[in-house]
Design a protein around this ligand. Structure first.
Ligand SMILES: Cc1cc2nc3c(=O)[nH]c(=O)nc-3n(C[C@H](O)[C@H](O)[C@H](O)COP(=O)(O)OP(=O)(O)OC[C@H]3O[C@@H](n4cnc5c(N)ncnc54)[C@H](O)[C@@H]3O)c2cc1C
Length: 312
């Protein structure tokens, strides 16, 4: 890409940094990662595609990533990268906004695709709850952007990759004190990392019928996902499991949508799946327009039949 030389990446999770490193390689000549984590993570980030790591040390107890703002700001101001890609968690968005304001540039949020133009970088993101895609371009010398999980795919780890790790003495100043940290009660799932997902929607009539979906998912080695009404309506499944513009957006190998109509707000979360299968009794359901394979029929007949075949 013309003029795009040095791409910096920063996120609060190692997997997100690795995805951004892979993305950075498609945008520029050199990828530099900022890492606040154990030093072994810095080494893995080199193996995952970075040419250079600024290691700001392991995250100090009770500190938040924005507590490292001053150190990150100084590095960007002195080293002048062309692009800084950040993860899309709330804390990363906060960091992106603060950096953009202090550096006198703008931040492109929730980018789902980049392209190069003669004038620089163009980015696409969803607007109106996923009903439309907006293309924005950055006219500034420094482009700051937040990028969600699954936009870029991690590179295979290459332990032979060469790169440099530079230690940065970063004092984590703080305006917020973390008083207590408690593990979340209940289930926790990282749906974004799942390779196979069986997703269920309002076509399922009773909560007890989810057992059938669990059995199918177990046989396929898949995670269970759902449409929003099942997680924020009847509340049969936890919020971490709903897919879509306001939920999880990912690129699994296999997505099976069962009793899901396929509204845009749901499909934008999974339409990058390698294979999409739909089971719906309404042959006019929009999900069939995006499906690679479809079964038009009652899920209460189709699922037991699939389970029977998979058990053989
Ligand atoms: C701003 C905004 C953001 C949103 N964000 C999200 C989001 O992130 N994720 C999300 O999922 N939704 C989101 N929604 C809601 C979204 O618009 C849809 O309302 C929702 O996805 C519909 O869920 P569903 O497909 O399960 O239900 P429905 O649309 O009611 O579809 C149920 C489907 O099941 C089929 N069916 C019924 N019985 C059977 C049976 N026995 N066998 C087979 N098929 C059967 C029906 O034919 C139907 O197609 C959002 C909406 C707005 C306005």
């Amino acid at each position: 890409m013309a003029g795009m030389k040095n791409i910096w990446v920063f996120a609060d999770k190692k997997d997100a940094i690795l995805e951004l490193c892979a993305g950075g390689r498609t945008l520029g000549d050199k990828v530099t990662a900022l890492v606040i984590a154990p030093r072994t993570d810095a080494e893995q980030v080199i193996a995952g595609g970075a040419d250079q790591v600024y290691w700001l040390g392991d995250k100090q107890d009770g500190k938040l990533i924005e507590d490292y703002f001053a150190a990150i700001f100084d590095l960007i101001q002195t080293q002048k990268p062309d692009v800084v890609l950040l993860g899309t968690t709330k804390r990363c968005k906060l960091m992106a906004g603060r950096l953009a304001a202090r550096l006198g540039t703008s931040a492109l949020m929730d980018v789902m695709e980049f392209s190069a133009t003669d004038n620089g970088l163009q980015a696409k993101r969803m607007v109106y709850g996923g009903a439309a895609v907006r293309t924005e371009s950055s006219a500034a010398d420094l482009t700051i952007a937040t990028v969600g999980p699954g936009v870029f795919e991690k590179l295979p780890e290459d332990s032979g990759r060469q790169g440099t790790i530079e230690d940065v003495a970063a004092a984590a100043g703080s305006a917020i004190t973390c008083v207590e940290k408690r593990p979340k009660v209940g289930e926790s799932v990282n749906l974004a990392a799942a390779k196979r997902v069986v997703a269920v929607g309002r076509g399922i009539a009773n909560k007890e019928d989810l057992k059938m979906i669990e059995e199918l998912a177990g046989l396929l080695g898949a995670e269970i996902g759902c449409s929003r009404p099942l997680a924020e309506g009847v509340d049969w499944l936890p919020r971490e499991r709903y897919i879509g513009v306001s939920g999880v957006m990912f690129k699994p190998d296999l997505y099976i949508g069962i009793g899901i109509s396929g509204q845009i707000q749901h499909m934008v979360g999974c339409n990058q799946a390698k294979t999409i299968v739909a089971i719906n009794k309404d042959k006019a359901a929009p999900i069939f327009q995006q499906a690679d394979y479809g079964i038009v029929g009652d899920l209460y007949k189709a699922i037991p039949a699939l389970i029977e075949v998979l058990k053989k």
